[in-house]
Design a protein around this ligand. Structure first.
Ligand SMILES: [Zn+2]
Ligand SMILES: [Zn+2]
Length: 328
C-alpha cells in the first residue's frame, strides 16, 4: 500500500519544493530535479537552478529575466540506462543600457562546458573508463547512448590537458619500453603503424606490477627512445633506477647512452617469450632425434607441446604427471 502523505513521489509531483531524494540521487550541485521520465530507453532528467538574483557578468548590474532555454546534456549512465539531463536554463538580459552584453544564459562549468554535449562528470567518467577499465570509445558511446564522434570530441580536450601536464613523469623509478604495431590500419588515415610506448612500472601493496602509460611516439628504434629520453631531461633520467626493455629493437643502446645509472633488464613478457621459443626448439630437436620426423598426432612430445609451455600452477592434476614423465 502506498503512503499518501509522505515520500518522494508526492513531493516530486507537487513541485512545491525541490525533492531532496531526487537531488541526492542525481547529484548535480546547484541544480534541482524537476522531473524524471523514460524515453526510448534513456532516463531524461529535467533540472533547473533555484530562482535568485543574477548579476551581469560584464558590468555587474542586476540582470532581468529573459525566459528559459532547454539544453540537453548526455550524463554518465545510471541504473543500466543512458541518461540525458535536460537543463531548463535561465536566460537573462542586462538592465544597464550602456553595457555591451544584451542577453546571456546561465553557465556552470562544474556541470558542463559552454556548448558541451556531455556533462563534465560524464567526460571524466569516460576518461576513467578508458584509462582504468580498458573501455573503447565506441563502447562508451553505446553506454552513453550517443555516437563515437560525440564522445571523442568531448573527451579530447581533457586528454590534451592531461597530455600537456608533465607531472606524470615525476618519480618514475622503473621505466618500461616496448614497441607497438597497429595492424589492420591504414597509415594514410590513422598515422604511423609502428610506435614506441613508454610505461611507468610500480608495485602495488600485493607486489603485483602495475603499468601506467607515460607516452607513445611514432617509430620503433633505439633512436626514437633515445630522443624521447633526451627530451625528458636530466632530473628524470637520474631518477630511473631500472629500465626494462623489449630486447629486439635497439632500445638497449638508448638505455646505455641515456640512462647510464639504470640497470637494464629484459621485461618479463619477453623473457617468458624467449624461454618458450627455446623450449619449442629443444622439443623439435629431440622429436627429430628420437622419431626422425616432425611431431604428429600420437607422438608423446607432440601431445604435450602445450603442457610443457604452461605454468605449473595452471595445469590440472591429470596434466602434471604427464609433464614430469617427459622431463629430462
Ligand atoms: Zn523525489
Ligand atoms: Zn551588463
Amino acid at each position: 500500500m502506498t503512503e499518501p502523505t509522505t515520500g518522494c513521489a508526492v513531493r516530486c509531483s507537487s513541485l512545491a519544493v525541490y525533492c531532496g531524494n531526487c537531488d541526492l540521487l542525481v547529484g548535480l550541485d546547484g541544480l534541482h530535479v524537476l522531473e524524471v521520465v523514460v524515453a526510448e530507453e534513456h532516463l531524461r532528467v529535467r533540472v533547473e537552478s533555484p530562482p535568485g538574483l543574477m548579476g551581469c557578468p560584464t558590468c555587474g548590474a542586476v540582470a532581468l529575466s529573459h525566459g528559459r532555454r532547454e539544453v540537453e546534456l548526455i550524463d554518465a549512465p545510471c541504473f543500466g540506462r543512458p541518461v540525458t539531463v535536460v537543463w531548463w536554463k535561465r536566460t537573462w538580459s542586462c538592465s544597464e543600457p550602456s553595457c555591451p552584453v544584451s542577453v546571456f544564459t546561465e553557465q556552470d562549468e562544474q556541470v558542463a562546458r559552454p556548448r558541451g554535449l556531455l556533462t563534465t562528470r560524464a567526460c571524466w567518467w569516460a576518461v576513467r573508463q578508458l584509462r582504468r577499465e580498458h573501455a573503447s570509445v565506441l563502447g562508451l558511446a553505446r553506454q552513453l547512448g550517443t555516437t563515437w564522434k560525440t564522445v571523442w570530441r568531448s573527451i579530447k580536450p581533457l586528454l590534451e590537458v592531461m597530455d600537456a601536464d608533465p607531472a606524470r613523469f615525476d618519480g618514475v623509478e622503473i621505466l618500461g619500453v616496448d614497441e607497438h604495431v597497429w595492424h589492420h590500419v591504414s597509415p594514410l588515415k590513422r598515422g604511423p603503424k609502428e610506435l614506441t610506448g613508454m610505461v611507468k612500472l610500480t608495485r602495488d601493496e600485493k607486489g603485483n606490477t602495475r603499468a601506467t602509460l607515460l607516452d607513445i611516439v611514432p617509430g620503433r628504434s633505439g633512436t626514437v627512445y633515445a630522443d624521447w629520453l633526451k627530451d625528458r631531461g636530466d632530473a628524470f633520467k637520474a631518477g630511473v633506477k631500472i629500465a626494462t626493455l623489449d630486447p629486439f629493437r635497439g632500445y638497449k643502446n638508448a638505455i646505455d647512452d641515456q640512462l647510464e645509472d639504470a640497470v637494464a633488464v629484459v621485461d618479463a613478457f619477453h623473457i617468458v617469450k624467449l624461454g618458450g621459443q627455446a623450449l619449442d626448439e629443444v622439443r623439435r630437436r629431440v622429436q627429430q632425434e628420437t622419431l626422425g620426423h616432425r611431431g604428429r598426432k600420437g607422438d608423446p612430445l607432440f601431445g604435450i607441446r602445450m603442457i610443457i609451455r604452461c605454468g605449473i600452477e595452471r595445469l590440472t592434476e591429470r596434466q602434471r604427471p604427464a609433464r614430469r614423465r617427459h622431463r629430462r
